[in-house]
Design a protein around this ligand. Sequence first.
Ligand code: HEC
Ligand code: HEC
Ligand code: HEC
Length: 112
Amino acid sequence: MRTLIVCLAIATGLSGSLALMGQQKQPPAKLTFTTKNGNVTFDHAAHVTREKGDCATCHPKLFMQDAKAPLNFKAGLHKTAEMNMTSCGACHHPSGPAFESKGNCAKCHMKG
Ligand code: HEC
Ligand code: HEC
Ligand code: HEC
């Protein structure tokens, strides 16, 4: 148990977790979404860093702070969310700040 707590503290980044303690839930380092098209690993820490630590870019307007909540990104092979700039499509859309889905399936989906 003790080892587990130490590992978790290291994984989430000690300074970050201390700063956040008592304020809000711990941000995960990475989340894996299981899909029929191959699993998607979402590097939560890298996304937070790029947004300069601003949780409000994504929470709660784009996503719940709950890895079990639906992402609502899959409709119309991501075209719906890209067009409406919702979910991952808020940034991942044609000429957006992050790569669009077209031509970039393998950047997100890992085929086993
Ligand atoms: C670039 C977007 C983005 C930013 C910025 C972001 N998150 Fe998240 N976060 C997500 C996504 C996506 C999920 C998963 C939502 C889902 O599965 O429906 C998530 C899930 C979470 C969860 C739930 C983890 C679990 O295991 O259930 C927590 C807690 C969380 N975020 C905290 C934070 C905190 C704290 C910050 C700011 C330091 C932050 N997030 C910034 C996108 C973001
Ligand atoms: C707030 C904007 C934003 C949101 C929302 C967002 N991303 Fe990103 N994402 C970025 C940026 C910026 C990059 C880096 C630039 C690039 O590679 O085009 C990136 C890069 C990535 C990468 C490459 C690996 C990495 O992190 O550097 C993956 C995979 C990825 N995003 C998946 C997702 C998934 C899945 C979602 C929804 C659960 C999502 N992103 C939501 C902005 C976002
Ligand atoms: C920015 C990352 C990203 C890119 C790029 C991307 N996907 Fe996805 N894809 C996801 C995520 C995350 C999910 C889960 C979405 C949800 O649950 O709403 C998903 C779900 C899917 C599903 C639904 C599978 C199921 O389990 O029902 C299909 C099909 C799919 N993607 C196909 C594609 C194809 C084809 C491409 C390339 C044209 C692509 N994706 C590009 C992140 C991405």
